[in-house]
Write a protein that binds this ligand. Structure first.
Ligand SMILES: [Cu+2]
Length: 130
């Protein structure tokens, strides 16, 4: 029995350093295409911006910070590539190739969102107290 549990435990011990190494490798990659969800989640929010572009399969800027009560607008500007904006309880609807989507954020908090068409195409809205 002792042998079995030792064998089962070993893969986890081996995988932990690999996972850490992978995380460092990703974090250290400075010229990725920008669609990386981890990068969007880690990006410092930009202030003074109420318009986010969905372009080249990423949201620009990936993170924005606005006061409560602000209406943000997403502009779909990726030619033939459709995108959407999907948060928890708020969404733009069907993926679209052009036009805009607007949403007003009334309550302070952090609102992550993503494009359901493209893995890793994510963004974040940080709403501060008005
Ligand atoms: Cu997309």
């Amino acid at each position: 029995m002792g042998v079995v549990s030792a064998v089962r435990r070993r893969p986890l011990l081996l995988l932990a350093p690999l996972a850490l190494a992978a995380a460092f490798a990703l974090a250290g990659c400075g010229n990725d295409s920008g669609g990386d969800g981890a990068a969007a989640a880690a990006a410092a929010p930009v202030t003074g911006v109420t318009r986010v572009a969905a372009k080249v399969s990423k949201f620009t800027p990936p993170a924005v910070q606005v006061p409560a009560g602000t209406t943000l607008t997403w502009a779909f500007e990726d030619g033939l590539v459709p995108h959407d904006v999907t948060g928890d309880g708020w969404r733009s609807g069907d993926p679209q190739r052009k036009g805009t989507f607007a949403h007003t954020f009334d309550r302070p908090g952090t609102y992550p969102y993503r494009c359901t068409v493209h893995d890793g195409m994510t963004g974040r809205v940080v709403v501060s107290g008005a």
